[in-house]
Design a protein around this ligand. Structure first.
Ligand SMILES: NC(=O)c1ccc[n+]([C@@H]2O[C@H](COP(=O)([O-])OP(=O)(O)OC[C@H]3O[C@@H](n4cnc5c(N)ncnc54)[C@H](O)[C@@H]3O)[C@@H](O)[C@H]2O)c1
Ligand SMILES: O=C(O)C[C@H](O)C(=O)O
Length: 353
């Protein structure tokens, strides 16, 4: 009898443990233009028990401020390189908004010299302190940063392709907004896959697969495709030297992190586009629709059907993604081989915005 009661109470304790499994999200670069509004939006995500905010700049004030928002969970600030590992330690999700933004006239590739180190440092910290985390980079150039991080994780023996993401949700958010406005419907009603990468013509919205159908002639479809591909530059130019998209990016990243957390929580059938290690094409990293699960990518959805125009655009972007991946991997290898300064990618003939 005692045994039975004891077993029953043990089961109860076990069940209770499962139910109250704590969730930690770390934001690296949390003091920046994206980091701050993203951290605020994450305070609205139910189920985050600890929100760890890391930056090179002092985070005490921002953490204190966000800790007063009337939501459950703790907010803890971490400052400086030496506090990166404690910040990401034990995190379920690490989202990285650290790094320089573009100025007018710059292409995203040009940011690799300044931001490549962020990928190396965060991937190293995650390998040491939180190897099971889902690691999602906002930092540009996404097309190179994700291969760099993958190579560093590989070197530490912690690379799991299901757990590493480049966040391309802003391309989907923009596509939904522009198409929604053009069709006079709510952007929420628009569903569209955006594949490829996150720079210039590597961003490929599959307008032929849009739901509801976007019935326009080829010229209009080309114009809309170009607007989506150049939307980042539109914001960079409008901000005239004061950085790139921050608020819409925070919205997009919060949407993506929310999906990761729901998937960790057991919600099925969640599909998001993201830039990940991939075998769908001959580019080693590629953005496509992914079914998310507890461990990150549960299933790569098959490549959507494409119009002839989109097939041609895909053929044009693949060599760029292959070259970007090589540059990212080389950056990591040079860094790991002990050189104090990894090489700055040369001006590439295939360079994109
Ligand atoms: N993926 C996308 O769709 C997308 C969209 C917009 C911007 N971005 C990119 O996001 C990045 C951040 O943009 P932003 O406008 O927030 O820039 P920002 O300059 O406003 O903020 C960057 C923050 O990162 C911090 N930081 C820099 N190096 C760090 C490090 N090693 N560790 C911790 N913190 C560090 C800085 O102190 C700063 O607070 C840029 O690289 C930008 O190009 C990507
Ligand atoms: O355009 C940029 O440099 C920032 C970001 O990648 C964007 O698409 O807005």
């Amino acid at each position: 009898m005692f045994l039975l009661t004891s077993l029953k109470s043990q089961t109860k304790v076990a069940a209770w443990r499962v139910v109250v499994r704590t969730l930690k999200v770390a934001v690296v670069g949390a003091g920046g233009g994206i980091g701050q509004p993203l951290s605020l939006l994450l305070r609205r995500c139910p189920g985050i028990d600890e929100l760890a905010l890391h930056d090179l700049t002092e985070m005490k004030g921002i953490a204190a401020d966000l800790s007063h928002v009337s939501q459950t969970g703790n907010v803890v600030g971490f400052t400086g390189e030496q506090e990166l590992e404690p910040a990401v330690s034990g995190a379920d999700v690490v989202v990285v908004a650290a790094g320089m933004p573009r100025l007018p006239g710059m292409q995203r590739d040009h940011l690799m010299a300044a931001n490549g180190n962020v990928a190396v440092k965060v991937a190293t910290a995650v390998s040491n302190a939180s190897p099971g985390a889902l690691l999602a980079f906002i930092t540009n150039p996404v097309n190179m940063i994700v291969p760099t991080a993958a190579e560093v994780l590989r070197a530490h023996g912690t690379f799991d392709p299901r757990r590493l993401f480049g966040i391309t949700t802003l391309d989907v958010v923009r596509s939904k907004k522009f198409i929604g406005d053009s069709m006079n419907i709510s952007p929420d009603e628009v569903n569209i896959p955006v594949i490829g990468g996150h720079a210039g013509i590597t961003i490929l919205p599959l307008i032929s697969q849009c739901q509801p159908r976007y019935r326009r002639d080829l010229q209009e479809i080309q114009k809309l495709t170009n607007r989506i591909q150049e939307a980042g530059t539109e914001v960079v130019n409008a901000k005239a030297g004061k950085g790139s998209a921050t608020l819409s990016m925070a919205y997009a990243a919060a949407t993506f992190v929310d999906s990761l957390l729901r998937a960790i929580g057991g919600q099925e059938e969640l599909v998001e586009c993201a830039f990940v290690a991939s075998e769908l094409t001959d580019a080693p990293f590629f953005a496509s629709p992914l079914n998310l699960g507890k461990d990150g990518i549960k299933r790569y959805m098959p490549l959507p059907q494409m119009s002839d125009y989109e097939k041609e655009a895909l053929e044009k972007l693949l060599p760029i993604l292959r070259q970007n991946a090589d540059e990212g991997v080389n950056f990591a290898r040079t860094f790991l081989s002990g050189q104090s300064r990894a090489p700055v990618p040369a001006a590439l003939p295939l360079t994109t915005n």
